[in-house]
Design a protein around this ligand. Structure first.
Ligand SMILES: [Zn+2]
Length: 415
C-alpha cells in the first residue's frame, strides 16, 4: 500500500476527461446528449466503456438484458462482490451527467485503487445497467428490474419501441445480448452515485447528498377506447373521441399534482399515443403514460384514490372507456442503514459537507434494495436541471461525491 487509505483521492483530471469523452458520444440537438438505450450511440459508448474496463484489468461480462459488469478481484475472491455503478444511457434530450457520473465515478475509483496498489477483501464489481431511462423501452430501470426479480426476462426482452423494434432484437443488433444469466447471484452491497436532478444541493451549496429514501411513485399506462367518426358528420352529443378523453384525464392528473404541491406531491403526463392521429376523423384509441409522486407512501396512496375517481369522471365526460393497462411503483424501498453509515463516515473523514435527503427520481438502486444492502449518493447539478440538454455540473461539484463513493466502497469491500 503506497498511501494511507484516508489520504486516497481520485485522479480528477483523468475522471473528468472520461466524462468529457462520454459527452462526445450521442450528441443532442444542441450541446446536450441523446443516447437512447440500445441505439448506435449507446453501442459506441458501451464499446469505449468496455475498453476502459479491460485496460483497468477488469473481467467484463454482459448479461442477457445487456447490462455490463466489470469485476475487480478481491483477496477472498469467492465472496459476493460489492457492486457500484449506474447507467450510461440517456433521455432523448439530456445532459452528460445523469447516470454517467455514477458509472464513470465507479470506474475512476477502481483506477485509483489500482494506481495505489490497494487490494480489497471482497471483489468490486462495476455495473452499467441497461435501459435505466425507459425513454425508448418502457418501463424505466428495466434491466436492473429483471436482475432484482421485479420483471420477467422474456417479458422485458419483448418490450417494443415506437417503431416496433423489440428490446431483445436491438440488443442482438448492437452485439450486447450477453450470455450471462440475469441476477440470481449474491451481491454483498450496492452503491450508486447520481446527480440529484433536483435543486436542493445546488441551492444550499452542499456537494454531497446521502439518500435515505425516495419519493413514493406510482406509474401507469391508461388505454382510452373511443370510436372513429366523421369530424363533420358527427354531432357533439354522439362523439366518443379518445383523444378528448385522454385530454380530460391529463388535465385532471395535472390538477392532482397541484393539489398536493404544498406537501411536495407532483404528477406527470409524459407520453400519448393516438390512433389514427389523422385529420378529419375522430380518434378511437389513445394510450397515456403517466406517474405521480409524493414524499410519503400515505400521501401517494391518497393521490392514487383521487386519481382513480378522476379516471371515471374523464371517461364519463368524453363518453369513452378507460382501462389501466400497466402499473409500476417505486420509491418506497428502504436503503440500508449500515451502507448509509459508511457513506456518512466517508464524508466526515474527508471533511465533505453533506445533507441527508430523499430522492425524487427513480433509480436502479431502488431495484437493488431487493437484492442486497443498498445506498445512494447525490451530487449537485446546476439549478437541478436534468432531462434537458442544459443539464450541467462543474467538475468541483462532482469530485467530492466520487471520493466519498470510493471510501464507502473501500470500507465495505474490506469488511
Ligand atoms: Zn439517471
Amino acid at each position: 500500500m503506497t498511501r494511507r487509505p484516508n489520504e486516497l483521492r481520485i485522479n480528477e483530471q483523468r475522471f473528468w476527461a472520461s466524462m468529457a469523452r462520454s459527452g462526445e458520444i450521442g450528441r443532442g440537438r444542441t450541446t446536450g446528449m441523446s443516447r437512447l438505450a440500445l441505439g448506435d450511440a449507446d453501442k459506441q459508448m458501451r464499446d469505449i466503456f468496455v475498453g476502459w474496463c479491460r485496460e483497468a484489468g477488469l473481467e467484463v461480462s454482459v448479461d442477457r438484458m445487456g447490462s455490463i459488469f466489470a469485476r475487480r478481484k478481491g483477496r477472498e475472491d469467492h465472496l459476493p462482490p460489492v457492486m457500484v455503478g449506474s447507467h450510461l444511457d440517456t433521455q432523448i434530450a439530456a445532459g452528460n451527467y445523469d447516470g454517467v457520473l455514477g458509472v464513470l465515478g465507479g470506474l475512476e475509483l477502481i483506477r485509483t485503487l489500482n494506481d495505489a496498489g490497494i487490494e480489497t477483501r471482497r471483489p468490486i464489481e462495476l455495473v452499467d445497467w441497461a435501459n435505466e431511462e425507459g425513454a425508448r423501452f418502457n418501463p424505466p430501470m428495466l434491466a436492473s428490474g429483471v436482475f432484482a426479480g421485479v420483471s420477467r426476462l422474456d417479458w422485458a426482452l419483448g418490450r417494443t419501441d415506437l417503431q416496433g423494434n423489440t428490446y431483445g432484437g436491438e440488443l442482438e443488433r448492437i452485439g450486447y445480448a450477453g450470455p450471462a444469466p440475469v441476477g440470481g447471484r449474491p451481491v454483498d452491497a450496492y452503491f450508486e452515485l447520481h446527480i440529484e436532478q433536483g435543486p436542493i444541493l445546488d441551492d444550499r451549496k452542499v456537494p454531497v447528498g446521502i439518500v435515505v429514501g425516495g419519493y413514493a411513485t406510482r406509474g401507469m399506462r391508461i388505454k382510452v377506447h373511443g370510436e372513429c367518426a366523421h369530424a363533420g358528420g358527427a354531432a357533439m352529443d354522439v362523439r366518443r373521441n379518445a383523444l378528448v378523453g385522454a385530454a380530460y384525464l391529463i388535465v385532471a392528473l395535472n390538477e392532482l399534482g397541484w393539489r398536493y404541491h404544498p406537501e411536495g406531491g407532483r404528477s406527470t403526463a409524459a407520453q400519448i399515443e393516438v390512433w389514427p392521429n389523422l385529420t378529419g376523423i375522430l380518434p378511437e384509441y389513445a394510450l397515456v403514460t403517466l406517474d405521480f409522486r409524493h414524499p410519503t407512501v400515505e400521501g401517494v396512496e391518497k393521490m392514487k384514490a383521487e386519481f382513480d375517481d378522476a379516471i371515471g369522471e374523464a371517461a364519463a365526460r368524453a363518453r369513452v372507456r378507460m382501462e389501466i393497462a400497466e402499473t409500476w411503483r417505486f420509491g418506497d424501498e428502504a436503503f440500508d442503514p449500515e451502507c448509509i453509515g459508511l457513506i456518512r463516515s466517508a464524508a466526515e473523514d474527508l471533511k465533505v459537507p453533506y445533507i441527508e435527503m430523499l430522492s425524487q427520481a427513480g433509480h436502479d438502486a431502488y431495484n437493488m434494495t431487493r437484492v442486497c444492502p443498498t445506498a445512494m449518493i447525490f451530487a449537485p447539478c446546476d439549478k437541478g436541471i436534468s432531462h434537458n440538454e442544459a443539464e450541467t455540473m462543474s467538475p468541483e461539484d462532482a469530485y467530492p461525491g466520487v471520493n466519498v463513493l470510493m471510501h464507502a466502497v473501500l470500507a465495505r469491500a474490506n469488511r
